[in-house]
Ligand binder design. Sequence first.
Ligand SMILES: [Zn+2]
Length: 225
Amino acid sequence: MVAQENNHQLGDFIKGRFDFIRERCEKAGLDFDEIMEKIHKETLHLAGSEEKKAVAEERLFEGAILSSTFLPDWLDKIFLEAISRVLQGPGSSLFTTSSERPCIAFEAGRFNARRQAAGVFRVFFSRKTPEEWLKTTFRTIYRQCYGEEAANRLLTEKINDKHFKVYMDNRGLEKASPIDCSTVIGYLYGGLENLGAEDILVTHATCALLPGSLAEKCEYDVTWR
Ligand SMILES: [Zn+2]
């Protein structure tokens, strides 16, 4: 499948990444400006071409990002990878397959769910049960991030009242990667957490985006109490 040149309304998600880095630094006693400089450098390194470096510089680090801003998928992808590389620490994996083993990308997704539940997506979170949230809100937010086509392929399967499976097919989208899947695990976890669900477990044992994977969909198993 050929990757599509895509832009999505990622402004608020990217703004959230900056807030996440700041919170992470505060908690860990790290110097925000110093960490930001490292992430900036790493992002430009991952951008590769001079053309992409210029876009990253202008769109991410110089210009004002509004919640409504559309940004290229690839930019979100390399920024997230750069954040993970700088904050993760050497030797540990940049992605996870379970909320039981959180990585930086998972925490970034969880952070955005918490932040957006109190901010731009407040109305989508209010007075929802976890089940309603999974079936409606999550799809709305997912559409904004991944576009109409991918949202049409999103499936939610009810196993029982507190056990669901969510299937998505992001193959062909430029931002899709196992690191991105980790943000999805985090967002599902954070979203449910915001609604008062307890003992949440999100596992992503089947990932279509892992190198060599034969799976046609990414499958997320979601349970809570
Ligand atoms: Zn996946």
